[in-house]
Design a binder for this molecule. Structure first.
Ligand code: HEM
Ligand SMILES: [Cu+2]
Length: 772
């Protein structure tokens, strides 16, 4: 197939469709506006058109520039997304039948560059431009005009970078009209197929002049990015309102601050490396030639930008997650300060890991080892974030609105992406998986999982604030679900393909990989449909959504999370439409930490005697509960032994494991002892964190988790039906244990309450009044 016709046609069709849709919506647009008036002006009104054009091209208002950024990023995402869909189309069949191999090479090159450079940061800069000044109580960004300059560098940058397609379209049109020199001139410019990493010597030796345009475009976009970052840093540092200090700076601004800092260190370096590449290509310098710096120099420079870049695009999404999640679980962010610290730690560490992309290039092994260490270490701050998010959700009042669904989906994919990344950071693993689909699966789980999902979540969350209307919530939930499922199917399949060590970046592949490749492609098309549904919802709701009448769209006042941008919105609604502000509910957000001794943890310091007494009582009742539970469990296990699905040999092995002479009796004694002490104490410690507050739920969930370990430890080779029976017996036995243990502890609490000691020592008890 002719790529130019298809891709150019698809984009043109999409643009036409959008324009038609807009015109149509405008025509039937004589409907009530949010302010109760009627819109009478048509797009064909020339003075209106000119007015709008002038307004949007010369604006220095941070909110309008924010919208421009978001629109630009969306267009780039659609363009890069079309590339991605085209690749997945090619990979439906093992042979390169749809596009040529050269086209396939161009596709993965432009897909990667467009997505990483022209999609992610512009959209995040847009979000930052729109909401940050509102959150900071600043009038505008620090340098409004520079802000506009920063944005307006981007369209020419994108055009330069992707001029190949434009040139090809021009060549084909010219060729059809008048075959001549002009057509051939454009004809030689093709979209480069050298990979988004632009590795030398391939990028220095390929003659295609479009590579030079691409490099200039990248350079320009780098300048735009640095300008934007400077603006963010200065705004956050100097433009904060009177009552916004460093101690109460919101989490989103923290993330933007660190991100912008990373940009300032990383992007100028990319710019220099690109200039050297341009000089090598056009002026016979030898920065990356064998006679000069050598080809590996490029990789060092590139990845010194490249790895921080992955965090530059990740941190704003993490910021959005930390910002949005609490709103939908009704409690404040758990471990706010540790999230800030982890953000800073990631910022510093991200500059020390670049050579993990070069483990297979033959650099010094001692050097490699240190990069392996730091690469594994950087997983720690990322994990801290994840744990804090999960803890924030834990025990919250989760509201499954579309943004929350996306947050949950994001955490899931991020964990998969992060864990697979830690494996890659280990040199021996990387040597096997480098250059396979495993790497593609790993980073897409992250870049595809958390980044667009948090963008979608943000688009839904702030949609009422930006447009004054509500989006279609049902469609949004469906869209979110579709997007998550599509991502998991697609990139899960890529990881699986990677386990089969299928090399990446080939248009042809062995037939045995075809089924999985097809699953991945179907998943990708599902993502495509989800994106179109989102687009539809955004555009459709802009004209038809229900106008916002109460600024507290998300019921944030109730939990004390009605942040500044919404207050600004309420103000605006009131001034414009005389919408009365609603009264905040006196009920406040549930604290994640507290100094109040009667809330949360028992009063440790004020009354050590009480503590000792309660520890002793706990131990006693714990042991008693453990004993009861273990005995109950024994009954089931011995029944299992009689039926023939449980082998008492397991006890013998247990006794041998702890070093006693191997017998069933000794093993059973160990078993009893463990049930009375270790597992009971552990339950005591964990009970507070287990789901549910009800006695049965807590005990049974604990026992269910434990039964997994037991099933593995006591497994003696059962198979088939016996195995099913074994697992069932193990599970039931543990449930009895859990009920016995939790029941006894509950009884202890009941006794204590009767005695009136007033200690409400956590555990399986009900939450104190006002806890929820
Ligand atoms: C923040 C989100 C992340 C993004 C956006 C990301 C992105 C990427 C990309 C684009 C590549 C492919 C490089 C290539 O084409 O050769 C890659 C590879 C790699 N990533 Fe990540 N990554 C992220 C997080 C992590 C984490 C948390 C780790 C480890 C702790 C990690 C470890 C690696 C390693 C070792 C490679 C090298 C693979 C190879 O040698 O082929 N990444 N990542
Ligand atoms: Cu890296």
């Amino acid at each position: 197939m002719n790529r130019v016709l298809v891709e150019g046609g698809a984009l043109a069709a999409l643009a036409l469709l959008l324009v038609a849709f807009v015109l149509y919506a405008r025509r039937c647009g004589d409907r009530p506006r949010a302010d109760g008036g009627y819109s009478r002006r048509s797009v064909f009104d020339r003075s209106f058109l000119r007015e709008q054009l002038l307004r949007w091209t010369t604006t220095t208002d941070h909110r309008e520039i924010g919208i421009l950024y978001i629109l630009f990023g969306t267009v780039a995402a659609l363009w890069g997304g079309v590339d991605g869909m085209m690749m997945r189309l090619e990979l439906l069949t093992p042979e390169a039948t749809v596009w040529s191999e050269q086209t396939y090479n161009a596709l993965f090159t432009t897909h990667g560059l467009t997505m990483l450079i022209f999609f992610v940061l512009p959209v995040f800069f847009g979000v930052g431009n729109y909401v940050l000044p509102l959150l900071l109580d600043a009038d505008d960004m620090a340098f409004p005009r520079l802000n506009a300059v920063g944005f307006w560098l981007l369209p020419p940058a994108l055009l330069l970078a992707r001029f190949g397609l434009v040139a090809q379209v021009a060549a084909q049109v010219l060729g059809a009209v008048s075959p001549g020199q002009l057509a051939t001139l454009f004809g030689v410019m093709e979209e480069p197929g050298i990979g988004w990493t632009l590795y030398t010597p391939l990028s220095t030796t390929q003659a295609n002049p479009q590579i030079d345009f691409l490099l200039l475009g990248l350079h320009l976009s780098g300048i735009a990015t640095v300008i934007g970052a400077i603006n963010f840093v200065v705004t956050i540092v100097y433009e904060r309102g009177e009552d916004v200090g460093w101690s109460n700076l919101d989490i989103l601004s923290w993330n933007f601050l660190v991100t912008s800092g990373l940009v300032l260190f990383a992007f100028p370096l990319l710019g220099s490396a690109i200039v050297m590449l341009l000089l090598d290509r056009n002026f016979a310098t030898t920065f990356y030639a064998v006679s000069g710096g050598g080809a590996i120099l490029w990789q060092h420079l590139f990845w010194f930008w490249g790895h921080p870049e992955v965090y530059i695009i990740f941190l704003p999404s993490a910021g959005l997650m930390s910002f949005l999640l609490p709103k939908f679980v009704g409690r404040s962010l758990f471990g706010f300060r540790y999230i800030v610290y982890s953000t800073l730690a990631i910022g510093v560490l991200s500059f020390g890991v670049w050579a993990h992309h070069m483990f297979t290039t033959g650099i010094d092994p001692r050097l490699k080892a240190s990069f392996m260490g730091i690469s594994i270490a950087i997983a720690v701050p990322s994990a801290i974030k994840t744990f804090n998010w999960i803890t924030t959700i834990w025990d919250g009042e989760v509201r499954l609105a579309a943004p929350m669904l996306l947050c949950l989906g994001s955490i899931g994919t991020f964990v998969v992406g992060g864990v697979t990344g830690v494996f890659l950071a280990a040199i021996p693993v990387d040597i096997i998986y480098h250059g396979t689909y495993y790497v593609v699966g790993h980073f897409h789980m992250i870049v595809m999982g958390i980044i667009p999902m948090m963008m979608l979540a943000a688009s839904y969350y702030w949609y009422p604030l930006i447009t004054g209307r509500l989006y279609d919530r049902r469609l949004a939930k469906f869209q979110a679900g579709l997007f998550i499922v599509g991502s998991v199917v697609t990139f899960g399949s890529l990881l699986a393909l990677g386990f089969g060590e299928l090399p990446r970046r080939y248009a042809n592949y062995p037939v045995e990989f075809a089924p999985l490749q097809r699953v991945a492609s179907v998943g990708a098309f599902v993502i495509g449909v989800a994106v179109l549904l989102w687009l539809y919802n955004m555009v459709w709701s802009y004209w038809n959504g229900k106008p916002v009448e109460d600024a507290d769209v998300w019921d944030l006042k109730r939990t004390g999370q009605f942040t500044r941008e919404w207050a600004w919105f309420e103000d605006r609604l009131e001034r414009r439409y005389a919408v009365e502000p609603t009264e905040p509910d006196p009920e406040t957000v549930r604290p994640s930490s507290t100094d109040d001794p009667s809330v949360g943890s028992p009063d440790v310091l004020r009354d050590p005697r009480g503590l000792v007494r309660s520890v002793l009582a706990d131990t006693l009742y714990g042991a008693l509960g453990g004993l009861l539970g273990t005995l109950a469990m024994t009954g089931v296990l011995f029944t299992g032994a009689l039926v023939g699905v449980f082998d008492l040999r397991g006890f013998v092995e247990l006794s041998e494991l702890v070093g006693v002479e191997g017998s069933i009796a000794a093993g059973y004694a160990v078993f009893l002892l463990g049930g009375m002490t270790t597992w009971a104490i552990l339950f005591r410690a964990l009970a507070e964190y287990l789901p549910g507050r009800l006695l049965v739920v807590t005990g049974v969930s604990y026992a269910t988790i434990m039964s997994l370990g037991f099933a593995v430890a006591f497994y003696t080779g059962q198979s088939g039906l016996a195995l099913v029976g074994y697992l069932a017996f193990v599970l039931v036995a543990h449930w009895l244990y859990g009920i016995g243990l939790a029941g006894t502890l509950r009884y202890a609490e009941y006794r204590r309450d009767l005695e009136g000691s007033g200690m409400s020592g956590g555990g399986s008890g009900d939450p104190p009044e006002g806890d929820r």
